[in-house]
Ligand binder design. Structure first.
Ligand SMILES: C[S@@+](CC[C@H](N)C(=O)[O-])C[C@H]1O[C@@H](n2cnc3c(N)ncnc32)[C@H](O)[C@@H]1O
Length: 464
């Protein structure tokens, strides 16, 4: 039977969960992708896309629900696009994350692998994030009944609809960050609605209120970051009222951003109240987090991840360790007490400034940090001026390592490489290149983001 777009396939069995929050069903000679389904669901699916080797479709009827389903907690489930696996029980999510790691390493890496260590799940499956980023919009996403009602207020504060830069879903409750996150966001929105403040219009590039970021720490500190398009009396009144309503906020920061995009890495932060940073703590170490600083978004699982990294690195106190893509130097600081000397490299200069400040704060004198693009910094010349590494820890962005960086790692030939990755596909590609000299000794997935399809994976490599 030839299948066309628009056809409805009846009683399709969902086989498994795969990357990007999708599920697959294996039909005769095709694979069908659906979303918001669970393994062993039986569903009717309307085809929305037909390609040579695969189909995509949307579920029009659920006949038999999977035994692995659970009730999603969030009222924006399927609309917001943030937590696509909420309808799946957590042990099943973990099972498929583990499978995603082993399948991807097999399919793309095509290298010899040891048995996978069981994935380490997160104790907190909700309220695990320490940072959420909300957008103000004067043209929020409207529900059907709201469209018909001409008195609907179209201002909103929340998350972008997936793939829609111009549409924001107004959020009353997000389950990803603990209180006071929801209270703070809802207070600010009510105040803004009450005082008739202008919410941003992205198409016209108009409106005072642009963006709100709430950052928290496991020690209970809170930072609130506002982005306004321009400075005004209303803005100062909002800040004053907010600081009175939430007097325990440790840091209130604002940026004036009249650019077309809402990134603020190139803008000056103004401290309205409190300190210019909040302080996270891990194993007695202190990490100061400024408004522009990167910090792993699941603090508790970051600790688990770093413990695994340190254990796999097998440090005895005599090793020279390179921490590549060090960010604000958290891994470097975390392992420094078990190493002889640590060198951290990262291309964001502000992050390197934070890394240096944090090392100083923690009285770690056996670390140095260098800012620059990895492929330009980690060169033969760098190696001839610095002690050669016994262990290399590498934690690149989703794109993985630049091919030249992988080649340099092969030339360096450190006895051990610990490769941390948030994207197993690019990790698998890099491992294939490293296979020239290295064997994979251990594979340890860690779940940093419950309710999503994302998975973090640590691989230990040793010279063959
Ligand atoms: C996944 S994060 C690593 C975070 C850090 N290891 C931690 O646990 O906090 C990747 C880091 O690589 C940095 N980065 C991305 N591309 C880079 C490049 N070409 N050269 C150096 N650093 C880069 C990013 O700025 C980011 O801080």
């Amino acid at each position: 039977m030839t299948i066309k777009k628009g056809d409805v396939l009846s009683k399709v069995l969902i086989n498994e969960l795969v990357a990007e929050g999708k599920s697959i069903s294996r039909l005769d000679n095709l694979v069908l992708f659906t979303a918001y389904t669970a393994p062993e669901d039986v569903v009717d699916v309307q085809i929305t896309l037909k390609k040579k080797n695969y189909l995509e479709g949307k579920v029009v009827q659920l006949h038999h629900p999977s035994p692995y389903r659970t009730e999603p907690v969030c009222s924006y489930f399927t609309l917001c696009g943030g937590c696509k696996w909420q309808h799946v029980q957590y042990p099943t999510q973990l099972h498929y994350k583990e499978k995603q790691v082993s399948d991807t390493l097999d399919r793309i890496g095509k290298i010899k692998l040891p048995p996978l260590s069981p994935i380490i799940g997160s104790d907190a499956t909700y309220q695990y994030r320490n940072k959420l980023d909300f957008t103000f919009s004067n043209k929020r996403w409207l529900y059907r009944d709201e469209i018909a009602d001409l008195t609907t207020n179209t201002n909103g504060l929340g998350f972008h609809l997936p793939g829609r830069f111009d549409k924001v879903i107004d959020i009353q409750e997000c389950h990803l960050q603990a209180e006071p996150s929801n209270s703070i966001r809802n207070w600010i929105k009510s105040y803004a609605l009450d005082k008739n403040l202008d919410f941003y219009n992205v198409k016209e590039h108009s409106g005072l209120l642009r963006n709100l970021i709430i950052r928290t720490t496991s020690t209970g500190e809170v930072m609130v970051i506002f982005q306004f398009q321009y400075k005004s009396k209303e803005m100062l009144l909002l800040l004053e009222s907010f600081s009175k309503a939430f007097p325990n906020t440790n840091s209130i920061i604002y940026f004036i951003n009249n650019k077309k995009n809402d990134t603020f890495h190139d803008l000056e932060p103004y401290v309205y109240a409190g300190l210019p940073y909040i302080t996270e703590s891990m194993e007695g170490l202190q990490f100061r987090i400024g408004p522009k600083s990167f910090y792993q978004t699941n603090s508790a699982q970051a600790y688990v991840l770093y413990q695994q990294v340190r254990q796999l690195a097998g440090l005895s106190g005599t090793e020279i360790v390179y921490d590549l893509y060090t960010g604000t130097g958290t891994i470097a600081s975390f392992i420094a007490r078990q190493a002889k000397y640590v060198i951290g490299i990262e291309y964001v200069e502000a992050a390197i400034e934070d890394a240096k400040a944090n090392a100083e704060l923690n009285h770690l004198s056996n670390i140095s940090f260098y800012a620059g693009d990895m492929k330009d910094i980690l060169t033969e010349s760098f190696l001839s001026h610095h002690p050669r590494p016994d262990v290399i820890i590498t934690d690149p962005p989703r794109a993985g390592m630049h091919e030249n960086v992988v080649r340099t790692l092969l030339t360096i030939g450190a006895p051990k490489i610990v490769y941390v990755s948030c994207n197993v596909s690019t990790q698998a590609r890099d491992l294939q290149l490293l296979d020239e000299k290295y064997k994979v000794v251990s594979v340890q997935p860690v779940d940093m983001f419950p309710q999503t399809a994302h998975v973090e994976n640590i691989v230990l490599l040793e010279l063959k």
